[in-house]
Every structure is written in C-alpha cells, then in structure tokens.
Write a protein that binds this ligand. Structure first.
Ligand code: ADP
Ligand code: ZN
Length: 191
C-alpha cells in the first residue's frame, strides 16, 4: 500500500458491537505513540460504558480520551502540534463531525474514527455512512454471532430476553436490556 505523505487522511474502523472497533482503535493509537507522534483522543460524553475518561474495549484495553459534547470542541482542542486524532463511538456525534474531520485531514492530520455502522434496527447510524464514504481507508470488522457462530455484522437489542421492536424507547426503566452481536440470519426486530 502506498503511504500518503503530502496530506492528512481519514480512516474509519466500523462494524457491529463487539467486533473489536475500540480494540483496533487502541492498537493503532498505541503505535502512533510508539512512533512519538502527538495524538489526541475523543469520545462522546454520553458513552460511559466503563470509564468517563478513557476509551475502553470489551477485552479491557484502554487509552486516555477527552469526553466532548459537540464535535466543535474537538476542533478547539487541536493545535498544529497534533499529528493524529482518534475518535471513538463516532456514531453518537452530531453530523458536524463530518466537516470537522475533513478540515482536520486537510490540515495534515491523520484522523482515525471508530463507530457502529448501523443501529439495532439495522439502519445507518448518525454521521457514519458519510464518514465511510469520505474516508481514504475503511475497515469493516465482524464479531461472532452469539446464536450460530458465523461472522456477525449486526447488533441485536434484547429486552427481557426478547428482540426489541424498532420503536421501543431508547431508555427503559426496570427492564433487563442487552445488546449482542448477530449475523444476518439470526438478527431479529419485533414486528
Ligand atoms: P467494539 O468496540 O467493536 O464494541 P471491543 O473492541 O470493545 O469491540 O471488544 C472486542 C472484544 O469483545 C473481543 O476481542 C472479544 O474479547 C470480546 N467479545 C465479546 N463478545 C464477542 C462476540 N460476540 N464476538 C467477538 N468478540 C466478542
Ligand atoms: Zn447467526
């Protein structure tokens, strides 16, 4: 692969939950640090899966990140000395993230984004489709389907053990809600 040297670029790591997006983002960012390049990592405030301040993978790896509400805050925190910008859970950010990432890449930064390509309804998620279209590099990872062991490309939402309906509320008080990785055949949405 020819290496881009005359500009920045966008890199997207995507797929369903548990496919290893955060793990892969952390791996790439660690290597950036080993190369002594300056890196800044961001995540949306609403994702406090394990930690308010770190990007944490399901397997326990982590890297320090700045939680931000709006993508504008990312721009404000990046100066000329930053070489690489990492963004996790990019699907939760406002669409303004797209232009901000383009701007950072135009200014010579390597921008690495990780995020879900689709939600549990199987619909494209937030700014991700456009980021994937604009990126120089896209990696679509697969998890393992919890039902059948095939590669999983979808995220299943279960409420009290049953597939959720497309219009079920996002927040359900008192219900046991889980998400799991599933393949096309095993993924279900309640009618
Ligand atoms: P993502 O950011 O895509 O949700 P993570 O990087 O946080 O994924 O976690 C990936 C890790 O999750 C895997 O290395 C594995 O240890 C674990 N894992 C748990 N369930 C699954 C699954 N169904 N398929 C693949 N990996 C899984
Ligand atoms: Zn399956």
């Amino acid at each position: 692969m020819y290496k881009i040297t005359k500009s920045g670029w966008l890199e997207v790591i995507t797929g369903p939950m548990y496919c290893g997006k955060s793990e892969e983002l952390i791996r790439r960012l660690r290597r950036v640090k080993i190369a002594k390049q300056k890196v800044k990592v961001f995540k949306p405030v609403l994702d406090n899966r394990y930690s308010k301040k770190d990007v944490v993978s399901h397997s326990g790896n982590s890297i320090e990140a700045v939680p931000v509400d709006h993508p504008e805050e990312i721009l404000k925190r990046i100066d000329a000395s930053v070489d690489v910008v990492g963004i996790d859970e990019a699907q939760f950010f406002h669409e303004d993230l797209i232009e901000i990432c383009e701007d950072l890449a135009d200014r010579g930064k390597r921008v690495i984004l990780a995020g879900l390509d689709r939600d549990f309804r199987n619909q494209p998620f937030g700014p991700m489709p456009e980021l994937m279209a604009r990126a120089e590099y896209v990696d679509k990872l697969h998890a393992i389907c919890i039902q059948c062991g095939e590669p999983a490309s979808r995220t299943q939402r279960l409420i009290d053990g049953e597939p959720a309906a497309a219009d079920d509320p996002v927040i359900l008080v008192g219900a046991a809600e889980v998400y799991e990785a599933r393949c096309r055949s095993c993924h279900a949405i309640k009618e």
